[in-house]
Design a protein around this ligand. Structure first.
Ligand code: DGL
Length: 271
C-alpha cells in the first residue's frame, strides 16, 4: 500500500480527461494536478521550450512526493519524451497506451491521429504505431485551434465554430478512410461528442486520457504502489493563471464544482 499522491500535469485543462478516467478507474488514489494555464498552448512551441516547461512542471509536482508522474499532455508525451523518461519516479505519457489501443481497434489498418503541431512533427505516434504494426498507415493532422476552443469553453456539441473547425481538420483523415482516430492531444477527448458526430459511428475514437489512466492502473498494480481500498481518493488542482475558467470547464467534464480544491500557483516563484 502506498499513500503518496499521483502527480498529473498538462499545459492547461486537457489533462482533466485523464483525471476523469483516473477517478473512475483508481477511486482510491490521491491526485495532485498542475495545469499550466498561464503558458498554454505548448503545442505551437519548439521542442526546447516544451522540454523546459515539462521539467519545471515535473519539479513542481515532485515537491508533493508523488509516487508516479503522469504527463496528461500529448505535446509533452511526444515532444519532450526524454524529459519524462528521465524522472526518478515511474512516469508515463499518452503516446504508448493510445497507440496500443488504436492498433488493437483498427480493422483496416488506417489510423488517424489528431494532435498539436509539436506532436505531429515529432512523429512519435507514427513510431509507436509502426513498432506494433509496421503495415499500418498513419494519417496525422495538427489541430492547434481546437486547443484554444476547449480552453475557451466552446465545447458544446452544437457549437458552430468548433463543429466547423473539427470538420475541416479531420477531412484528410476521413478522406484516407481511417476507421480509428487517436485523440492525440488530451484536450480532444473533451470534444469527442463533436468529433464522433462528424466522423460517423463507424469510426472508433481512442480517448488518450482513458488509455493513459488504464496504463497508470497497470503500473501501480504491477509495482505494488496502489493505495488502500478503504481510502477515498482526493484531488488538488493548481493552475498558473486565474482559476475561474479552469473550474468552469472542470465542472462540465468532471461533474463537480472543484473551486474549493483549485488554487493559483505562481510557477515562476516555485521553480
Ligand atoms: N493537452 C495538450 C496536449 O495534449 C494541449 C496542447 C497545447 O498546449 O497546445 O498536447
Amino acid at each position: 500500500m502506498d499513500k503518496r499522491p499521483i502527480g498529473v500535469f498538462d499545459s492547461g485543462l486537457g489533462g482533466l480527461s485523464t483525471v476523469r478516467a483516473m477517478k473512475k478507474l483508481l477511486p482510491c488514489e490521491d491526485i495532485v494536478y498542475f495545469g499550466d494555464t498561464g503558458r498554454v498552448p505548448y503545442g505551437t512551441r519548439s521542442n526546447e521550450t516544451v522540454e523546459t516547461y515539462a521539467a519545471q512542471d515535473i519539479k513542481f509536482l515532485q515537491a508533493f512526493e508523488c509516487k508516479m508522474i503522469v504527463a496528461a499532455c500529448g505535446t509533452v508525451s511526444t515532444a519532450a519524451a526524454n524529459v519524462l523518461a528521465g524522472t526518478k519516479e515511474p512516469s508515463t505519457g499518452i503516446a504508448k497506451p493510445s497507440a496500443k489501443a488504436a492498433v488493437s481497434a483498427t480493422k483496416n489498418k488506417i489510423i488517424g491521429v489528431m494532435g498539436t503541431s509539436a506532436t505531429v512533427n515529432s512523429k512519435a505516434f507514427d513510431n509507436e504505431i509502426h513498432a506494433l504494426d509496421n503495415g499500418a498507415r498513419v494519417v496525422s493532422v495538427s489541430c492547434p485551434l481546437l486547443v484554444s476552443l476547449v480552453e475557451s469553453n466552446w465545447i458544446s456539441i452544437d457549437d458552430e465554430v468548433t463543429n466547423a473547425a473539427v470538420k475541416r481538420y479531420i477531412e484528410p483523415i476521413l478522406d484516407a478512410g481511417a476507421d480509428t482516430i487517436i485523440l492525440g492531444c488530451t484536450h480532444f477527448p473533451i470534444l469527442a461528442p463533436i468529433i464522433q458526430k462528424i466522423a460517423g459511428e463507424n469510426v472508433t475514437l481512442i480517448d488518450s486520457g482513458l488509455e493513459e489512466a488504464r496504463y497508470v492502473k497497470e503500473v501501480l498494480e504491477s509495482r505494488n504502489l496502489s493505495n488502500s481500498d478503504n481510502h477515498r481518493g482526493e484531488q488538488k488542482y493548481f493552475v498558473s493563471d486565474k482559476t475561474q475558467n479552469f473550474c468552469d470547464v472542470a465542472e462540465v467534464l468532471l461533474g463537480e464544482d472543484i473551486s474549493e480544491k483549485c488554487e493559483f500557483v505562481d510557477i515562476f516563484k516555485v521553480i
